[in-house]
Design a protein around this ligand. Structure first.
Ligand code: ADP
Ligand code: MG
Length: 465
């Protein structure tokens, strides 16, 4: 574990903190952002971390530093701060050399040079794998998504860039990724010579960071610019960071100027992507913007019909209707419910019935009534701010406990269907007007204080996931 003389203590803590981060943020975020962080010691209440670029530093500071601090002070209460420095990783640094003159280790070089290696290989190594089930044939069309579907088909079927960019947006689990894969499959099928690059915005940013780190932005650019069709999923994640936005903007312009097709998806329309600069925003809206609306009962029924057929299971109409009524927010969950029912029938025997749906999908159905409990909220908040659970219901009014308590009340209002008096009772028998006050206060603080708002957002995301 021990890599350096300096700060040889704390490695075990860092190891555990990293494990927690992996768990909370997921494998891919972990690999891209957390794992490359170098730990260099704990000193006078500060955890010292090193990253290799300024971009990485900004990213880690805005997205992970708070959580690292909270987790670390759980390990060691003396820790109050997290410092992130920019430094070339120690194993890369040539003796006494300036970072800009450093020799680049092999694993940081993006594979070879575009012309010599051939664009194909490079473009494909950039592209994420496509899910075989996400085809146009498997996409059920209804009123809420017919426009997006038609636009996607048009783009997939034309040999030149048609609507450029095609910008698909809609809530979680409404089929954005499905449609993007469908476009990619269709183009690969119809014109195998066209290079299709599909990747998530996060991966795009990570590739960019790697290129920066290895001073190889030229081949980074070439790789992307050799794509005939560039598809970037979840572009809402390209936000805030000027250098990546800038790079994305240039790549984008270069491709459009060469008549290449661009397809993007996001959870919001370009005009609602707050953290994206005006120039890029207007560029994003310059093609065709198509949204996937929330599903209707009819569409959900249609999807259930199609999936039941694919799974080759008999699902009584009553059960389909029940599911379509009860699982409304997200097609992925609807699908999950059906898969669970059919797996049960295959493994245990019997037939799919309303009773079976009730018993088997108990958690899913309940989760839909109330996704998060107030207990979970209180636990999370307490953990995040390193206070005691009893402080949630105590009469103490000092800011260090009162603020987290208000946040927990706010989250209870937002994430559960509990009434104000019920929330008040769960927080030491407080009056419902106290809850109202807490909600307002948190809303007000979120507007005025970015760091505070990020804290609350992070908690929300962790509770919702
Ligand atoms: P998003 O990217 O918008 O969050 P996905 O494309 O990942 O959503 O869709 C979630 C799941 O729901 C996928 O398994 C997808 O195949 C399925 N799905 C969503 N919409 C439809 C639809 N209209 N027809 C068939 N399957 C759908
Ligand atoms: Mg998606």
């Amino acid at each position: 574990m021990k890599r350096e003389e300096v700060g040889s203590t704390g490695h075990a803590e860092w190891h555990r903190v990293k494990l927690r981060l992996k768990h909370e943020f997921g494998e891919s975020a972990y690999k891209s952002w957390v794992n490359p962080i170098e730990f260099s010691g704990v000193d006078g209440g500060a955890v010292n971390l090193k990253v290799s670029t300024r971009f990485m530093r900004d990213w880690v500071l805005t997205h992970y530093a708070d959580r690292i601090r909270a987790l670390w002070s759980g390990e060691n209460p003396d820790v109050r701060r997290v410092l992130v420095d920019v430094d070339v990783p120690s194993e890369v640094k040539p003796c006494g050399g300036e970072p800009s003159e450093k020799s680049v280790p092999a694993q940081h070089v993006l594979v070879g040079n575009t012309n010599a290696a051939g664009g194909d290989v490079l473009a494909d190594s950039l592209s994420a794998p496509l899910d075989a089930r996400y085809t146009f044939d498997n996409f059920v069309v209804g009123k809420p998504n017919e426009f997006a579907y038609a636009a996607a088909q048009r783009v997939a079927d034309s040999n030149q860039a048609s609507f450029n960019p095609l910008f698909l947006y809609g809530g979680v689990g409404l089929g954005k990724t499905h449609l993007m894969h469908a476009i990619a499959w269709q183009i690969r099928l119809r014109s195998p010579q066209r290079r299709v690059v599909y990747l998530s915005a996060e991966k795009f940013m990570y590739s960019f960071v790697r290129a920066l780190r290895s001073h190889d932005t030229v081949s980074f650019k070439e790789q992307f610019r050799s794509a005939d069709v560039l598809m970037i999923d979840d572009v809402q994640f390209i936000s805030g960071k000027n250098s990546t936005q800038e790079e994305f903007f240039h790549t984008f312009n270069a491709l459009v100027d060469q008549g290449r097709q661009i397809v993007l998806s996001a959870d919001k329309s370009p005009s609602d992507l707050e953290e994206i600069g005006d120039r890029l925003r207007s560029r994003l809206s310059s093609g065709l913007v198509a949204d996937l609306h929330p599903t209707t009962f009819e569409l959900r029924l249609g999807i259930l019909d199609a999936k039941a057929e694919q799974l080759a299971v008999a699902v009584p109409q009553k059960v389909k209707e029940f599911l379509a009524h009860r699982i409304t927010s997200n097609v992925r969950e609807l699908e999950g419910a059906l898969i669970r029912l059919s797996a049960n029938v295959q493994l245990v025997g019997g037939t799919i019935s309303l009773e079976l749906a009730h018993t088997l999908l108990h958690d899913l159905l309940r989760a839909h009534d109330r996704r998060v409990t107030m207990d979970e909220i209180q636990k999370r908040v307490v953990e995040h701010f390193q206070i005691r659970l009893s402080d949630m219901s105590s009469a103490r009014r000092s800011r260090t406990v009162a603020r987290p308590r208000q946040i927990a009340m706010y989250l209870s209002k937002q994430l559960t269907s509990r009434s104000l008096p019920e929330i008040g009772r769960a927080f030491g028998g407080r009056d419902h007007t106290t809850v109202i006050h807490a909600v307002r206060k948190v809303e007000e603080l979120m507007k005025g204080d970015v760091a505070f708002a990020e804290d609350v957002d992070l908690l929300t995301r962790m509770l919702e996931n």
